[in-house]
Design a protein around this ligand. Structure first.
Ligand code: 5RP
Length: 262
């Protein structure tokens, strides 16, 4: 692996081999998502506890100070919205010159396996990997499941993750599911877990993050279950303990309760 690629990956994946990426990119198709209406207010208190931010260029420029020292994963796919014809019909929205100008450590792109736009999104991923490899910039593929939550099973997610890895993604983001070990086993590059919509209880999040880590995920790219929480700083610290300190879900719950009280 070239020095630049290795250096960027080591900014993202910490010395223990694990990572806590915080996505705040949801507005690129959802608009002002709940509790992310003013991105700067959401991001600032959480940034010290995140290993990287997953973000679009617009929010990066307008809501994150350039003296921020956390690595940036730039969301470079988009062009569709919640109210448009088909969310899966994304294109690449940011050129490589812009990625370099913004000093991003990685690029993130969604793929839509099993949709009408499967081929387009996979070819977008392949092209992005070609560009990224030329400049030593890793690509994180996001296995998007959209509204069809029925697809959040090990068979589908393993298929989507493996395809992303085969096409050259350096990291794959997917969802936790039952039998998650099957997803990780079939994917030859590191896997990180997204959180999905906010769960009923904090413990549910701690449990699936812990289970996924035990089954081979290297970390999370987890947004709404952190910043939509009533106590986002407590939430991110508890999740961080699972990822970097091998905390159990019960220990994470105690950390959450302790920080919440402060
Ligand atoms: C949105 C994304 C998010 O980065 C991803 O879904 C993780 O966020 P959350 O934990 O809120 O699901 O790709 O398009």
């Amino acid at each position: 692996m070239d020095w630049g690629m290795a250096n960027r990956l080591s900014q993202l994946i910490q010395r223990d081999g694990h990572c806590l990426f915080m996505p705040v990119d949801h507005g690129y198709f959802q608009g002002p998502t709940r509790k992310l209406e003013e991105p700067r207010k959401t991001i600032e208190p959480l940034l010290p506890y995140a290993d990287a931010l997953f973000i679009t260029r617009g929010v990066l420029r307008s809501c994150v100070n350039p003296d921020n020292t956390k690595p940036i994963i730039l969301r470079v796919s988009g062009g569709t919205s919640m109210v448009g014809a088909d969310l899966a019909n994304e294109g690449i929205i940011t050129g490589i010159d812009e990625v370099l100008r913004l000093n991003a450590s990685a690029m993130g792109i969604s793929i839509f396996v099993g949709t009408n736009y499967e081929k387009d999104s996979l070819l977008n991923l392949s092209r992005l990997v070609d560009e990224g490899e030329k400049y030593g910039i890793p690509v994180m593929a996001v296995t998007a499941v959209g509204k069809e939550l029925g697809k959040r099973d090990a068979r589908y997610l393993a298929l989507a993750c493996r395809i992303a890895a085969e096409l050259g993604a350096r990291v794959v983001k997917t969802y936790w599911c039952e039998n998650f070990e099957k997803v990780v086993r079939g994917c030859p590059v590191p896997v990180v877990m997204a959180g999905g919509p906010q769960t009923e209880t904090e413990l549910e999040v701690f449990k699936f993050v812990h289970d996924g880590m035990k089954k081979g995920a290297i970390g999370v790219n987890l947004g709404r279950n952190i910043w939509q929480s009533e106590h986002p700083v407590a939430m991110i610290q508890a999740i961080r303990a699972i990822i970097h300190d091998d905390a159990t879900p019960e220990k994470a719950q105690k950390i959450y309760a302790g920080v919440k009280k402060q």
